[in-house]
Ligand binder design. Structure first.
Ligand SMILES: Cc1cc2nc3c(=O)[nH]c(=O)nc-3n(C[C@H](O)[C@H](O)[C@H](O)COP(=O)(O)OP(=O)(O)OC[C@H]3O[C@@H](n4cnc5c(N)ncnc54)[C@H](O)[C@@H]3O)c2cc1C
Length: 529
């Protein structure tokens, strides 16, 4: 049996796992591969270094008849030889680490018709396209080598139907803005954690959301997606139309092979009494804390989001954490209750754990809301920083994973770096198999490491740290999360984000909807790049 098929068979077996029978870290082996060849690109006479998969390497061209495309759209074409191109290319990527890749042109569309015109122009000229939503993929996937980056930034409208509890949104609306617009109508949606991340890319990835234990990954609440396809049609994919495309749209992420221009969302009544508890512990007590917290999670309802952070201590606890280089373990629990009493009861099991008397600090059942949660996440993952991210899911015992990573957080070269794992609450696992969507994650916990720092001079030290952390996590990993895995660093992680069966189906659907390969697809050595 092929190694990958063997892995898939294991995944099926894992479905039978009970929450208290943790996977052993050594069960799974993974393929590894290198980032690719080092080469160079020529842009307007300048030579830029590039680290890219050899299959992607391409000489930049600015000599297409971009004027013809400009005359067909309301938006704007910025060709690679335009004076403002370098700045425009840099702005495509949220991360301060910018990719050494470059498109032939950036097309800032204003309308869905502009999307059709851009795809048609690309197809007619033998160019590839990639979509840029909010530019938040950690490894800068909205910038590829050559072709057109279609920038959807202007597509940010929404209509909300309060009665039907539905919304139709364009892709580039931020988590925070979507929560605000829905909240005004008494509604909510499983948005992502950070305030500035945009809905489109997040939903296509699958969407690891707030209150995921209760609402499920965000893609389960996507009822339809309107797409501009590679042949320039505008079509709707749903449970009744283009079902295969609808399946792919919920988990395909950066491999998406059509432009998603509208998402039809199922919404929920706004939890009116969101409340949060926080507990800080010394890393010396890590195993006992994690074991007790994870067990308490199973006594909480599934509308509590329970996360375990390894991070820098707040200033008031710095002295107490000095023996661990100022780092500690923070437990954060957020209850999405409809009443104060519901949230209080939901959070109560954490007040009963045996290690509570060792807490360095604690706050119980503090009123919160989506906006407060967004602000808190924004502080952990700040703007204008250099970032590396690896997010995976696991059925291993959480204390085994976190104990393996304990020394790494202590020695992290940047105090801003963080390790976080979100845990199951209630009786269901946090991520369960969903055959109706491409998203393949199946786990009791998900999370990973984020190296976050400011200065380019510190790149090498942080890269080394992140690689070492990822290597430690690897034996515990059942799948990577396609929305937050570094597929530039290791292209094998594309396929490791899916079961073998789902991967094959995804590629068959891609071949049907994009037979000429107009869309770049996944970057790297796997899939059509
Ligand atoms: C600070 C931060 C916090 C995050 N938190 C979370 C979180 O809580 N949960 C979570 O699930 N993820 C999270 N993410 C990851 C996030 O889901 C991805 O970065 C996602 O790609 C962001 O969407 P985007 O539109 O900005 O992507 P972009 O970088 O613009 O696009 C990435 C790729 O997605 C594809 N794509 C994007 N939009 C479209 C579209 N409309 N049509 C077709 N293809 C498209 C393209 O292939 C593109 O190359 C976070 C990221 C950051 C930076």
């Amino acid at each position: 049996m092929h190694e990958r098929e063997r892995d898939a068979a294991m995944s099926d077996a894992e479905i039978l796992c009970k929450a208290d029978s943790w996977d052993q870290p050594t069960r799974r082996s993974f393929l590894t591969s290198t980032a690719g060849a080092v080469g160079s690109l020529i842009v307007g006479g300048a030579v830029l270094p590039t680290v890219a998969a050899a299959a992607n390497a391409k000489v930049i061209r600015a000599d297409f008849n971009w004027g013809a495309l400009q005359s067909r759209i309301q938006g704007e074409v910025v060709a690679a030889n335009a004076p403002e191109f370098a700045e425009a290319r840099s702005a495509l990527v949220w991360n301060k680490i910018k990719p050494d890749r470059s498109p032939d042109a950036i097309v800032r569309v204003k309308t869905e018709n502009d999307c059709i015109a851009a795809v048609t122009f690309a197809r007619e000229n033998g160019l590839k396209v990639v979509v840029r939503g909010g530019g938040h993929t950690w490894c800068g996937l909205a910038v590829r080598n050559g072709g057109i980056t279609i920038d959807l930034s202007a597509l940010n409208e929404s209509t909300i139907d309060e009665q039907k509890q539905t919304a139709v949104i364009q892709p580039v609306i931020s988590n925070r803005e979507l929560a605000r617009r829905l909240g005004e109508q008494g509604l909510a949606f499983p948005i992502g954690h950070c305030p500035t991340v945009k809905a489109g890319g997040y939903l296509l990835n699958g969407g690891m959301s707030w209150n995921m234990g209760h609402w499920g990954p965000a893609c389960l609440s996507v009822e339809a997606v309107e797409f501009v396809t590679s042949d320039g049609r505008l079509i709707k994919a749903s449970a009744t139309e283009h079902q295969d495309l609808y399946w792919a749209a919920r988990g395909c992420g950066p491999g998406m092979f059509a432009i998603a221009v509208r998402f039809h969302l199922k919404c929920y009544p706004l939890p009116k009494a969101i409340a949060a508890s926080n507990y800080c512990f010394s890393l010396n007590d890590l195993r006992a804390v994690v074991d007790e917290v994870v067990a308490a999670g199973r006594r909480m309802p599934d509308n509590v989001e329970l996360s375990i952070f390894l991070k820098k201590a707040p200033p008031e606890l710095a002295a107490e954490c000095a023996d661990n280089n100022g780092k500690l373990c923070m437990i954060a629990a957020v209850a999405f209750g409809m009443t104060g009493e519901e949230s209080r009861a939901a959070l109560a099991p954490l007040e009963e754990i045996g290690v509570l008397n060792k807490a360095l600090a604690r706050s119980f059942n503090q009123p919160s809301g989506f906006d407060e949660l967004a602000i808190a996440s924004g502080e952990t993952w700040p703007e204008n920083h250099r970032n590396l991210c690896e997010n995976q899911c696991s059925k291993a015992r959480p204390s085994d994973i976190l104990m393996a990573l304990r020394d790494k957080i202590i020695e992290a070269p940047s105090d801003k770096s963080v390790i976080v794992f979100c845990q199951s609450t209630g009786t269901r696992n946090l991520l369960e198999p969903h055959p109706e969507v491409a998203l393949s994650m199946d786990a009791t916990s998900y999370g990973g490491s984020w190296a976050i720092w400011e200065h380019e001079a510190d790149d090498a030290a942080n890269r080394k740290w992140q690689d070492e952390v990822v290597a430690i996590m690897k034996p515990f990993t059942s799948q990577h999360y396609i929305g937050e895995t570094d597929i530039v660093q290791d292209p094998a992680r594309v396929q490791e984000s899916y079961t073998a069966e789902k991967w094959q189906r995804l590629e068959a659907i891609r071949a049907k909807y994009d037979p000429q390969g107009v869309f770049f697809g996944f970057l790297g050595g796997t899939g059509k790049a």
